[in-house]
Ligand binder design. Structure first.
Ligand code: SAH
Length: 220
């Protein structure tokens, strides 16, 4: 890795290792998820002025009223998604944002498709993927409530913004035995849901209380 990716001081490997220790203490067990998050330079996914805070376990602003998700949530959602997946994995993400969650997934699965409604965020994310040589990611500028039909079905779908209800298009774009991980609820009270498509329909589990930015319609 080149020096810029390795970081110095508050972005050093030692600082990153502390975050991984914390994630383990909070219950993250998937060693592949932990090892990808240990390597991936989260400080390149935030504004330079915030780089020194990139390895704190906290959400940070990325502009346009949006946030890069808290590392624990990224780890948790990725772990839950992977636990339900077959070996060939084609994943859809709704809400590219900074691209950090997308990048974590790209190192763990075959292909990632990611939809974002705010064009400048998508462009910055694309530039980061190019810099980091992440070549298995395809992006679309669109309202992700409709999923991304052209590439469906998906083995897994992950949504990083919260709708009030699960969008039906996403359920329909899940492959047989596919898994959807999605925060659902209004601005104050959301819960993380896991929905599995099985032979008879869909099976839902409710996990942790979470706090995501809302899923909004349209694109800008
Ligand atoms: N995983 C991202 C999360 C960013 S916040 C990260 O860690 O950086 C959630 C993102 O969802 C925002 O960028 C927001 O613009 C986007 N979003 C909200 N509603 C959307 C929609 N209907 N379609 C696509 N993206 C949406």
């Amino acid at each position: 890795m080149i020096a810029e990716h390795q970081g110095i001081g508050m972005t050093s490997q030692r600082t990153r290792d502390r975050l991984i220790t914390r994630l383990k203490e909070q219950g993250i067990q998937n060693i592949d998820v932990l090892s990808v998050m240990r390597e991936l330079p989260r400080h390149l996914f935030v504004d330079e002025a915030l780089a020194s805070r990139a390895y704190e376990d906290t959400a940070l602003p990325i502009g346009h009223g949006q946030t890069i998700s808290q590392p624990f949530i990224v780890a948790r959602m990725t772990e839950v998604l992977l636990a339900g997946l077959p070996s060939t994995q084609k994943i859809l993400e709704v809400g590219t944002g900074s691209g950090y969650q997308t990048a974590v997934l790209s190192r763990l699965v075959d292909r990632v498709f990611s939809v974002e409604r705010i064009s400048p965020l998508q462009n910055q994310a694309r530039e980061r993927f190019y810099q980091l040589k992440l070549n298995n990611i395809k992006l679309k500028h669109s309202d992700g409530s409709w999923g991304w039909e052209d590439n469906a079905p998906y083995d897994g779908i992950i949504v990083t913004c919260a709708p009030e209800e699960v969008p039906e298009s996403l359920l329909l774009q899940l492959a047989p035995n596919g898994r959807l991980v999605i925060p659902v609820g209004g601005s104050h009270k959301q819960s993380l849901r896991v929905i599995d498509r099985n032979g008879n329909g869909f099976e839902q589990q409710e996990l942790d209380a979470v706090s995501f930015v809302p899923l909004l319609s349209g694109q800008i």
